[in-house]
Design a protein around this ligand. Structure first.
Ligand code: ATP
Ligand code: MG
Length: 283
């Protein structure tokens, strides 16, 4: 995604700020664990520790947080980060109305008051001066000072900060100050093992198991092209999109060309190599 598009999608408008911040996840989200992530997160929640999720795009970070919010019975506030995100976008601002000026809590403040899980997606995109406001929330103080009103909000029980970032993007973990990094328990998520990934693809797309297994097998072959210069590899999300086309009548090879290969690269030789892998997988 280009930075411009990302900004357009992530800008926090006044209307968005006025929306209720926290959503209770009412129905159990489908999440298939690949390791001990559920119990580690659960302990972090109980011990009031902030969590950092690391992992490539489309590997299940958002789904995992939604599942954990449901499991812990906490509302979930999601804030996509970008380099225009200001402290006011998170904390709140004075709004001028016909009947005077009113203070409007931002999504972070509402999460702190409501004891929600606050998920800051792609945190490395946010400016350092914005990230710094998280510090007092992630140590024993668990407070959010609001300079503009003079209020200090103490985090309600159940409040937890979760951040995620994608190690493949330009900005890296080293772009976060050590004093920020060392406030989080970091969990590495990756694409699920083949057996689990096939189950996820079957379940999420409604396709049959042999097709799902074939797509996962293909994904493994394409992922190994990373060593030959393929910068982006197919995610579980892309496999689900491809499988959804197949389960709705698109021939499997056509679905792979359009939904699995084309989004990944414009490089002719890499695209050619990936098409060959499709043809070898689905004869
Ligand atoms: N372990 C899993 N259990 C169930 N579904 C999964 C799992 N992993 C991935 N998925 C499926 O893959 C899709 C993409 O996952 P998700 O949106 O959580 O990725 P992400 O890591 O948040 O990606 P991004 O970094 O782009 O935001 C989900 O909508 C879900 O259908
Ligand atoms: Mg996500």
């Amino acid at each position: 995604m280009t930075p411009t598009l990302q900004k357009a999608r992530h800008n926090v408008s006044v209307d968005e700020l006025l929306k209720p911040a926290a959503n209770l996840v009412e129905e159990e989200p489908y999440y298939l664990p690949s390791g001990p992530e559920v119990s580690i997160f659960e302990q972090c929640h109980l011990q009031k520790l902030a969590v950092m999720l690391k992992g490539p795009t489309g590997c299940g970070k958002t789904r995992f947080v939604e599942y954990m919010a449901w499991r812990m019975g906490r509302p979930l506030v999601t804030i996509p980060c970008h380099d225009d995100l200001t402290a006011s976008d998170l904390i709140g601002r004075y709004l001028i109305r016909h009947d005077g000026t009113v203070w409007q809590d931002g999504p972070l403040t509402r999460a702190v008051r409501e004891g929600a899980i606050c998920y800051l997606d792609e945190v490395v995109e946010a400016r350092q001066d914005t990230v710094v406001i998280l510090h007092a929330l992630t140590d024993h103080r668990r407070i959010l000072p609001i300079d503009k009103t003079g209020e200090t909000v103490r985090a309600a029980p159940g409040f937890q900060l979760v951040v995620s970032y994608n190690p493949g993007y330009q900005r890296m973990l080293k772009d976060l100050k050590p004093s920020t990094r060392q406030r989080f328990v970091a969990m590495d998520l990756d694409f699920p093992p083949a057996e689990q990934e096939a189950r996820i693809v079957t379940r999420e797309s409604g396709t049959d198991e042999p097709t799902a297994r074939g797509l996962v097998d293909l994904a493994h072959r394409i992922r190994s092209l990373r060593d030959r210069g393929l910068a982006e590899v197919p995610s579980t999300r892309l496999l689900i999109a491809t499988a959804s086309l197949v389960s709705n009548g698109i021939p499997v090879k056509e679905a792979c060309y359009a939904a699995l290969i084309s989004p990944l690269s414009d490089d002719e030789s890499l695209v050619g190599a990936m098409r060959d892998l499709v043809d070898a997988t689905f004869v």
